[in-house]
Design a protein around this ligand. Structure first.
Ligand SMILES: [Zn+2]
Length: 308
C-alpha cells in the first residue's frame, strides 16, 4: 500500500505525517535551525568565560563623607540601588559574593581586608579610615596578585588631596561640566578589553560626566573617552571615561559612569564591571599598557572641536 492510498481512506496509520504546506515546513525548519544555532552559540560563549573555582569576595564601600548620591542612599534600612546591583551581579555571574559597608571605621581595616579579593568604592570625601589601614591597603594589599580596586563614579571625588589615593586611581574629581541629565557620546578605544568590549565602538548614555585633575596619562590605559565632536557641550580637554592600570601585582579599574540610578540597572554597564572583575581575577585577558599618546591625541581633537 502506498502512502497515497493510506491517506485516501485506508486503515488509520499514526505514523502518517500531517499535511503542511511546503512554505510552512520550510519556515519551521528555519526556526529550528536558528534556535539550535543560538543554543550552540550560548554554549560556546559560556565555555569561553572562565569561572573562579568558587566565588571570590568583594567589599563594596559606599560611605559618603562628602556629597551623597541617590544611587548609594539606603532607604528604610534597605540596600541602595548601586549596592543591590553589585550584590545581584555577583550572584548571577557566579564570580563573587559582595559585602556592602557604609562604615569604613568598622569595616575597612587590615584585619577585615584579609577576607577580600576585590574592593569597590562609590564614595566621596575624606573617609574615616585609619592611616595604618590605608597604608596597608596601598602598599601591600592592593599590590598582591588577584587583588583589585574598582572605583565607580565618585570614587575620584574621594581623598582628593591625598596623593597615595589619586596616584593609585590615576586622577581626581575636578567638577562635572556635563550634569546628570546630559546625553553624551562615548568612544570606545580598546574594543578587546573585557571592561570596554560590551559597549561596542561607540554609544550614547545619559549620565553626569566628571573632568579630572591630577590626571596621569603616563600611568593608565584609557579604554573609553567622551566624544567631544558628538557631544553638545564642548570643552578643550580630554575627558577619559574608563581606564585600567596595573598596581604592583594588583589591578585597578576606574569607571566614571554611575551617577544615575538607571545606569546601575543598565545591562551593558553591569557587563562592563563584571568584565573588570574577570580581568582582575586573571580570568579574562586585557591590555593595561599605558597609552599617553591617546590622551594627547584626544586633547588635541577636543581643543579643535571646542574651537580653541
Ligand atoms: Zn555624581
Amino acid at each position: 500500500m502506498n502512502s497515497a492510498s493510506r491517506r485516501n481512506g485506508g486503515e488509520p496509520d499514526n505514523t502518517t505525517q500531517p499535511h503542511l504546506p511546503e512554505g510552512i515546513k520550510l519556515m519551521v525548519m528555519r526556526i529550528i535551525s536558528i534556535v539550535a544555532l543560538a543554543l550552540l552559540m550560548t554554549g560556546v560563549c559560556q565555555a569561553e568565560e572562565k569561572q573562579p573555582t568558587k566565588p571570590v569576595r568583594l567589599l563594596m564601600v559606599s560611605q559618603s563623607a562628602g556629597f551623597r548620591h541617590g544611587s548609594v542612599t539606603r532607604k528604610n534600612n534597605n540596600l541602595s540601588p548601586a549596592e543591590r546591583a553589585i550584590k545581584e551581579m555577583g550572584v548571577t555571574s557566579g564570580l563573587y559574593r559582595a559585602d556592602c559597608t557604609q562604615d569604613c571605621a568598622k569595616d575597612f581595616t587590615k584585619a577585615k581586608l584579609q577576607q577580600y579579593d576585590i574592593v569597590l568604592f562609590y564614595t566621596t570625601g575624606k573617609l574615616p579610615i585609619k592611616s595604618e589601614d590605608l597604608d596597608y591597603f596601598f602598599n601591600d594589599w592592593l599590590k598582591q596578585k588577584g587583588h583589585g580596586f574598582i572605583g565607580t563614579h565618585s570614587a575620584a571625588d574621594t581623598y582628593k588631596d591625598y596623593k597615595p589615593y589619586w596616584d593609585m586611581i590615576g586622577g581626581s574629581f575636578d567638577g562635572h561640566p556635563w550634569g546628570a541629565n546630559s546625553t553624551v557620546t562615548i568612544t570606545v578605544h580598546d574594543r578587546n578589553h573585557p571592561v570596554s568590549k560590551p559597549w561596542g565602538n561607540e554609544f550614547t548614555i545619559k549620565d553626569e560626566i566628571y573632568k579630572f585633575r591630577n590626571w596621569q596619562p603616563e600611568k593608565v590605559h584609557v579604554l573609553m573617552s567622551l566624544n567631544m565632536a558628538k557631544t553638545k557641550l564642548k570643552k578643550p580637554y580630554h575627558v577619559p571615561i574608563a581606564w585600567v592600570k596595573e598596581y604592583g601585582q594588583g589591578r585597578v579599574l576606574h569607571m566614571s559612569l554611575g551617577h544615575r540610578e538607571d545606569v546601575w540597572t543598565n545591562s551593558t554597564y553591569q557587563s562592563s564591571l563584571l568584565g573588570g572583575v574577570r580581568w582582575m581575577l586573571h580570568l579574562a585577558e586585557g591590555d593595561a599598557t599605558p597609552n599617553p599618546e591617546l590622551s594627547k591625541a584626544e586633547e588635541a581633537k577636543a581643543a579643535k572641536d571646542a574651537g580653541k
